[in-house]
Write a protein that binds this ligand. Structure first.
Ligand code: AMP
Length: 323
């Protein structure tokens, strides 16, 4: 099923203990699209400025991503983000965010982008997420990402946006902050409870049935009404730049689901999607920005899925316990 993604298309300046890059291609929609492009057709919606190069567009085109709804705003500047990571890469400080063309952005989706059956609302102002969501009322699967900024500034709108999607993908700390619950499982269960008992007539207010809590280098957890699943991150000896890992993870997860149009959204399908998300994210962090994913191959993904599968298996090992 074709996938539409709306979100930031950016220039990122990033410093990690292993080096730095200035104004490299980034943005949530870009990281998502590159990852999801391994699974299905991806259509990107978002604004860029006059400073956005053809070379950057070509990176998306090389992976077959449809960029016809990437809107070039004349006289505008592309969204810019600057961040710096601590020595163990677990802490990140945002040094600069310049909204540029995102200020005043009104998403205009072509007929083609509106016809997608799968939609990913990357981290943008929740009212904009809602606007885009309303333009795809018949989408079969809709997922959303957000961040602490919107929980602080626009919680009500965010809760409304969450009420209009099937799947919420957040960092574990954000889930706790959103619900005010210190326990991750209970926080996820609370968000699941925001789903209405019957979906609205226009199909928009159906409410989340899948919660994914990203836990950085510790992996990710999946919470549904039926169950719980978790995977560790793929163990890497060298991590260079975690920027975009969350969006790449989302691209793997949503992409895998989109590639299985005839399967019900079962926990079994979601577990396999989690594995693909984990593997895609692991490649993303091996180099700066989109560098590694740009030259990634399907064969490399499949090989790493096999390794992840092997390292997360264990037998029942029944044992007569004392007591
Ligand atoms: P992640 O590392 O998954 O949190 O994603 C980082 C990406 O999100 C970078 O490529 C940034 O360009 C982009 N980004 C950072 N802050 C924002 C923001 N406030 N709104 C939209 N995108 C952002």
């Amino acid at each position: 099923m074709p996938i539409t993604v709306v979100g930031s298309i950016a220039y990122d300046t990033v410093k990690t203990p292993f080096g730095e890059r200035e104004r490299m291609l980034g943005g949530a929609a870009v990281h998502f699209a590159l990852a999801a492009s391994f699974f299905d057709e991806v259509r990107v919606v978002g604004p860029v400025g006059e400073d956005f190069g053809e070379q950057q567009v070509a990176v998306l085109e090389a992976r077959g991503v449809d960029v016809s709804d990437v809107e070039r705003v004349s006289g505008g500047r592309t969204f810019f983000w600057q961040g710096e990571y601590g020595w163990d890469l677990n802490s990140r400080e945002t040094l600069d965010t310049q909204l540029g063309v995102f200020e005043g952005f009104q998403p205009k989706l072509s007929e083609r982008s509106r016809s997608s059956e799968v939609l990913f609302l990357a981290n943008i102002q929740p009212d904009l997420q809602l606007q885009v969501r309303a333009q795809l009322p018949r989408a079969r699967f809709v997922a959303l990402d957000s961040m602490n900024l919107w929980i602080d500034l626009a919680r009500e709108a965010l809760v409304r946006a969450i009420g209009s999607v099937d799947c919420v993908i957040l960092n574990d700390a954000e889930l706790r902050q959103l619900t005010g619950r210190p326990n991750l499982v209970s926080a996820a269960r609370e968000v699941l409870s925001w789903a209405p008992s019957s979906p609205s007539a226009d199909g928009l207010a159906r409410g989340p049935r899948v919660i994914v809590a990203k836990q950085g280098e510790y992996g990710a957890a999946l919470i549904t009404r039926e169950g719980f699943f978790a995977l560790p991150a793929y163990p890497l000896e060298s991590v260079i730049d975690p920027t975009g890992a969350g969006d790449t993870f989302a691209g793997g997860l949503v992409g895998y689901i989109a590639a299985h149009p005839d399967e019900e959204l079962s926990d079994d399908l979601l577990r396999r999607a989690m594995a693909h998300a984990t593997v895609l994210a692991s490649f993303n962090v091996e180099e700066f920005g989109t560098e590694r994913v740009q030259r990634l191959t399907g064969r490399e993904i499949v090989a790493r899925i096999g390794e992840l599968h092997a390292m997360t298996q264990f037998s029942g090992a029944p044992l007569e316990l004392l007591g």
